[in-house]
Design a protein around this ligand. Structure first.
Ligand SMILES: Nc1ncnc2c1ncn2[C@@H]1O[C@H](COP(=O)(O)OP(=O)(O)OP(=O)(O)O)[C@@H](O)[C@H]1O
Ligand SMILES: [Zn+2]
Length: 606
């Protein structure tokens, strides 16, 4: 360890933006501060919860309920009091964090969530679409502002840092969470997860979902015609009839007998289905209902224990009653399953276990089912620490102008590979990527002006300047919304205010004719107080390192790869040990990993 020597040349003092102060973010912030990054802004919208404390080590019990960004800043300042660290408690998508704000930084580290960014070593987790949108937004902002971005992602024992040359969008993303065949879920489950999916995505929605969610399920079935699917349709229709009796005191019995008894008998009547499978055993309400008793679940149930069938039945019945009451007030929109809603979890968990009993599958505790229903991959503190360490080493290389030495680093515990940390040389970006290959412009707009003003300006300037990208005619979109095209001029007389275009909106220009290039032109909107429209063309920046430098490096890498024909070989070494800094240490320390070495850190998995 070398004391007081930053990881990058001293004459460079990069302004660093860290997005997220969660599992990876806390580690990154500490690493940045103790390795000499002395101008850091950290943003996080969340507050500290008890469940964060096991791995988000900058927080303590007394901080619960306070802002993550502010407390993380306060704690890390004690480690390096001379560093300028600003904490912002806000959403990175808020309008004020527009392209001009992003432009004020030299480098961005994205530590948004436990999501493997774009590596195929990751499994999908539930709020994937939200996370993808966020990461896409950050990626686009960094591209528009021309700043290098390091992506981090962890999921359980796997993790990675990436994003330096290939952008977030360069590789295809997972679009769906794991999908099971409908017939397995509805007719022939063989694992508890099938029963959990059935309880959550079918039964819960059919009983308590909004009208549109219920209809979607029925539509899907109407397209199908074989015996199994006809049975499924009949089942849905029967359920509809029962649902009309929701206020009846027999409702629980009707649902129970239908779901776990009669429908199963129906399935058993399809003999072909059971030729090579173990037959299910239907169960009925009266098998468990005890007359002259309240049939209430015991009050001291442990959610980490597997319940007896009678307790499962009782908890099922009581959670059904509670959900029924909540549903009465929300009939139009319906309820959505939330793993943290006790009633919903109990109902889904017990339904899944009752179905498991019917199909001879082992039951699990509600705690386990919660993880399955929420697709929860446990966060591992060690993975976060390793990924954050690598991210800061990569950041140092970028700031030191040693882009060629940067790597995409993967960390994957278990699996086929003999080592659990491995690296890839930076790969050139996908030439068809519509994000990093796009042309970005910053447009200052007075929101009282009209869309026609912008269209006129684009035609006057950009159409002439980059005709190869715009062509003769073009359309203007915000996401999927068409604002203008040559056959749709309804919005031309509307102001930006009326159209809902505001600070930080992102518009895309698409040519009407097919051109040979990747055609996307992206306009990032910033506010202007002047009564004019201005299209500012971003031409790189005077940053320590810009995306332009990165593009040059990518070209070189491209050429090197082409001439070698293969990737550089990985060399083995041991992981250098790094002492954990004490909390109140006010020294800048640097890690003893030589930046000019091209060594890979590989740890044998034994
Ligand atoms: N739009 C956003 N703007 C700013 N910060 C965000 C945004 N979305 C997510 N974050 C933050 O990114 C961090 C992600 O880290 P991580 O997933 O480890 O934290 P967590 O949400 O506390 O963990 P878990 O999901 O396991 O409970 C969180 O602190 C979260 O608040
Ligand atoms: Zn890209």
């Amino acid at each position: 360890m070398t004391e007081n020597a930053p990881l990058y040349p001293k004459n460079k003092s990069p302004k660093t933006l860290l997005i997220g102060a969660g599992g990876v973010g806390c580690e990154v912030l500490k690493n940045l501060a103790i390795t000499g990054f002395d101008n850091i802004t950290v943003i996080d919208l969340d507050h500290i919860e008890l469940s964060n404390l096991n791995r988000q080590f900058l927080f303590r019990n007394k901080h619960i309920g306070q802002s993550k960004a502010l407390i993380a800043t306060e704690t890390v300042k004690k480690m390096n009091p001379s560093a300028k660290i600003i904490g912002i408690n806000d959403n990175i998508k808020s309008p004020q964090f527009d392209v001009e704000w992003f432009s004020s930084f030299d480098i961005v580290v994205n530590a948004l969530d436990n999501l493997g960014t774009y590596s195929n070593i990751f499994h999908h987790i539930l709020p994937l679409c939200i996370l993808l949108k966020l990461s896409r937004h950050v990626n686009m902002m960094c591209q528009a502002a021309d700043i290098p971005l390091i992506e981090t992602g962890t999921a359980g024992y796997t993790g990675q840092t990436s994003g330096i040359t290939e952008c977030f969008e360069c590789q295809p993303k997972p679009t769906e969470q794991k999908v099971y065949p409908v017939c397995t879920i509805r007719n022939t489950p063989t694992a508890l997860i099938h029963c959990v999916v059935w309880a959550k995505d079918y039964l819960f929605i059919q009983l308590f979902g909004g009208e549109s969610a219920k209809n979607k399920e029925v539509d899907m079935e109407l397209d199908q015609d074989n015996q199994e699917e006809m049975a499924m349709m009949k089942e849905s229709q029967k359920l509809k009839t029962i649902l009309e009796c929701m206020d009846s005191s027999d409702f629980g019995k009707m649902i129970f007998d239908s779901m776990f008894g009669n429908n199963i008998n129906e399935l058993l009547s399809m003999e072909d289905m059971w030729k090579n499978r173990t037959k299910p055993n239907p169960i009925f309400y009266n098998d468990y209902y005890v007359p002259n008793s309240d049939n209430k679940p015991s009050e001291s149930l442990d959610d980490k224990e597997v319940l007896s069938t009678v307790e499962t039945f009782r908890l099922w019945l009581s959670s059904l009653e509670k959900l029924k009451n909540t549903y009465k007030d929300n009939k139009i929109n319906g309820l959505t399953f939330d793993k943290d809603d006790k009633d919903a979890l109990e109902f889904v968990g017990c339904s899944a276990n009752l179905r498991a009993i019917v199909f001879g599958i082992s039951c699990q505790s509600l705690f386990q089912i919660k993880a399955m229903a929420g697709n929860i991959i446990p966060a591992i503190a060690t993975t976060n620490a390793i990924v954050a360490g690598v991210a800061v080493v990569q950041a140092s290389k970028i700031i030191s102008g040693q882009l060629e030495k940067c790597k995409t680093v993967y960390f994957a515990y278990g699996g086929r590979r003999p080592q659990f940390m491995y690296k890839e040389p930076l790969l050139p970006p996908n030439k068809k990527c519509t994000v990093c290959q796009a042309f970005y412009y910053t447009v200052s707009i007075n929101f009282k002006l009209l869309l026609s003003d912008l269209i006129a300006l684009v035609s006057k300037t950009l159409s002439k300047e980059i005709p190869e990208r715009i062509g003769e005619d073009f359309s203007l979109l915000e996401g999927n919304r068409i604002l203008y095209d040559p056959d749709f001029d309804d919005n031309l007389g509307k102001s930006f205010e009326e159209l809902g275009i505001k600070q930080n909106s992102i518009l895309t220009i698409e040519p009407e004719t097919d051109l040979d290039t990747v055609n996307t032109i992206i306009l990032c909107i910033v506010p202007s107080t002047e009564n004019s429209l201005e299209i500012k063309i971003k031409q790189g920046n005077n940053k320590i390192v810009s995306n332009q430098d990165i593009k040059e490096t990518k070209k070189r890498i491209d050429v090197d790869n082409a001439t070698n024909g293969k990737r550089p070989k990985e060399s083995k070494s041991t992981l250098k040990s790094v002492d954990e800094p004490e909390f109140k240490k006010a020294k800048i320390i640097s890690i003893d990993i030589p930046l000019d070495s091209d060594e890979t850190i590989i740890i044998k998995d034994d």
